[in-house]
Design a binder for this molecule. Sequence first.
Ligand code: MLZ
Length: 458
Amino acid sequence: EQSPTSPAGFEWGAYLEKETALAAAVSCFRHAPLCAQWDDISLGMKVEVLNTNAVLPSKVYWIASVIQIAGYKALLRYEGFEEDSSHDFWCSLVSAEMNPIGWCAMTSKLLVPPQDVKQHIPDWKEYLMKTLVGNHTLPVDFYLKSMRTSFRVGMRVEVVDPKHVSRTRLAAVHSIRGGRLRLVYEDQSDAPENIVDDFWCHLASALLHQIGWSQQVGHNIKAPVTTTGPASKSFRGNYDSSFVLFKKPRFVYMEGCYFEEGMKLEAIDPLNLGSICVATIQKVLLDGYLMVGIDGVSSNGYDWFCYHASSHAILPVDFCKKNNIPLTVPPDYDSQIFTWEEYLTDTDAKSVPPRLFNADFPGHGFSPDMKLEAVDLMEPRLLCVATVKRCVGRLLLIHFDGWEDEFDQWFDHQSPDIYPVGWCDLMDYPLQPPPGLVLYDPAAQNKKQKGKRRKRNG
Ligand code: MLZ
């Protein structure tokens, strides 16, 4: 199936409680909606929400306190329950059901206390006055502003060819959800029957470029074909993207001391994103782009990968050693005894001067064990329940819950492919729960699946 579908039944709140885990805060994700406003959200904040603990024919509301925050979600407790947690419930902080104090009065909605409050409260008005004094509430304009983007369905782009990562391929924007694009390749001639060749990425992805980019920087592009495959799959773009829409990498000076063909470095393996490998600059393109090859993988150049000189996926030699990360060495070397010094002599090569790497690091709010939603970049349609496993400078090692460590992937902390807990819900994008998780929906339990090992490229 090409379009994402979500196995029903996964609830972040219950899962976090079961795992006794915390979620990374929305403010950690710069590209996430409402990131900048998240400072206004705090524990103890009071809101007006639907009262589900009432038996009345019409909708009534009540005041609740935020007692825990996890990404976009909050654990709420209705006023009056005090220490009694039995009626606590999770709710998205960004939803039409979540309102600031005063909203009911302004919109003539009824505030009715929950029926199961054990406490005897003779005067609710006085009680509320006391609890409300000195507390914050939601900002009035706290909702998802329309996610305006200049990307449009039908716009043609150049994007990496996952089957042949050293080249790009023409594609058109088929749909947009929460800033994520589904791109359908123009050439469907190699796609298996009943499969539409497509790719998913965020509009700020480094893999996405305007029409003409490949030619401009000297990158390979799959030649356009005249036959585009079965008409049933055809989806043609109708206008070319312009460069103004795309995230520009930072400017790099290419004069003087610069990356040179043959120089060695460490790089995240584009086809196995959990591994940092011994690599070589294979080609220097224009505008700061580089073709990087993983040493010992193949010599045909098909899996060279384009990284910008400012990318955080390329790293100076000994980065892994300094940070206690296992370095993946070429097949004919032993990682136990590998040293860069010896390898550079063996290969008669120079290493990339360390000052050429982008060392910017403003800091971030992630720490190990925090939960989040992350794209499986090997199958970028899938947004999965995930955990920060390690933080090394600006890099995060992300583990996909329920999957073996072989699936782990390194992400930059500013990657547009990691999202706060609750993002999928907010965007109505399907979230992949951990496989084999005992779900709360009994019907879904029969469909339990086991996490499988996946081979490189698989
Ligand atoms: N087809 C793949 C899906 C892997 C998705 C993992 N996401 C973390 C497999 O089963 O190997």
